[in-house]
Ligand binder design. Sequence first.
Ligand SMILES: Cc1ncc(COP(=O)(O)O)c(C=O)c1O
Length: 469
Amino acid sequence: MTDRLHNNPPEGLSEGSWAARDLKSLLHPVTNLALHSQRGPLVVVRGEGVRVWDENGREYIEGMAGLWCTALGYGNEELAEVAAEQMRQLSYNHMFAGRSHPPAIRLAEMLKDMLPMDVGKIFFGNSGSDANDTQVKLARYYNNATGRPRKKKIISRTKAYHGTTVASGSLTGLPPFHADFDLPIDGVLHTDCPHYYRFAEPGESEEEFTDRLANSLSQLIERESPDTIAAFIAEPVMGAGGLMVPPTNYFDKIVPILKEHDILLIDDEVICGFGRTGNPFGCQTYNFKPDTMSMAKALSSAYLPISAVAVPDYMHEVFIEQSRKIGMFGHGLTYAGHPVCAAVAARNLEIMARINLFDQVKAKAPVFQSRLRTLADHPLAGEVNGVGLLGVVEITRNKSTKQLFDPADGMGLKCADACAEAGLIIRFIGDRLVVCPPLIITEAEIDELFECFRAGLDAVLELCRGKLD
Ligand SMILES: Cc1ncc(COP(=O)(O)O)c(C=O)c1O
């Protein structure tokens, strides 16, 4: 197929291959379309455990758990079976106008029991993006209902990723998700990205950096006026913006500022939720208590699409009052809490509990993190960081000045291609190379993952001799 490492055009794609058919038929999400039309796709046809195979029979470790989501890995028979059973029993039922069904009720009960916060009710959706759109709408609805119609703005952060729909895409703080889509919408503000390695001032300690960001947030709130700010949304660890682990005491300093101004803290656990950071939820790793939470991805280990929003009781009580005044609560999706998705998600959580997955991740995380950090000695490696089973290596021209490569060099892509050649799928976000394997990965597979990662970096080092400072 394509010569991925050297970026040649897709010569010799056979007419009937999936790759050739893809190029004629698909518009790809979050893809450089010009590049795609030259290179063609990586067509994956099978998965088992932490591994996937492409259409040419080539095997890879899925080092990104798909899109940070296949927590239990691929090919889980029990989840396949529960989906088939539920399809036979009740393939669909909606939840509009008070209709309900057992899988959604059971899953909501399980989430209420496990979430580390005061949860009143669970609202289901289909994706992380729609969960965060729901958050924006609930914050507006709640503040209108409580007589605070000015309190509507949402503060997000530069480089945050919260989805791509009109509202969640606005919360996302990354230029390609805004440019020419006329986003962000009014009422969305972005405060500083808490990335110490890139944004600290010379000589600034991590603690001082955190203080500066907390001050900057306070100033933003004062400037806008606290009675105009409804909520602050944050991922515990910023994921798709490049995997940034928060600096020391970040949430300890931010949360009191929000409390002081009666600003809701929306915890976006779409990546961190269900074990990823070494605790069931990222807010436990960083020791803060959110008002509401968005969940998706590992909620079903991506066997089927489902998302959830945790709604506190005090909000739900206001919503009931609002129905008395203005009628029905006018928000929801046809497939919200879909019985097959809910049954699979519930079984996914049962399996996680049965195999003590969260304890397993806690035990494996130090191994993963120490293997990751062995890459720090690589000539291409700048920042090497991570938490739980999340890791990032940022490649730089110069380790001490942290100078990045020219974007035109496409070094991130070259590294991802070289890792794929070595048998590992990673994700490149600019020149930040991210790994986030299925949570069921074994220690032997962690070793293999990092051997492939180093082999990929070595191959690129060969290509770029003379470009390093
Ligand atoms: C933190 C976070 N929130 C929301 C989303 C959006 O989820 P989805 O792609 O399911 O809409 C993502 C997706 O990566 C995410 O990482």
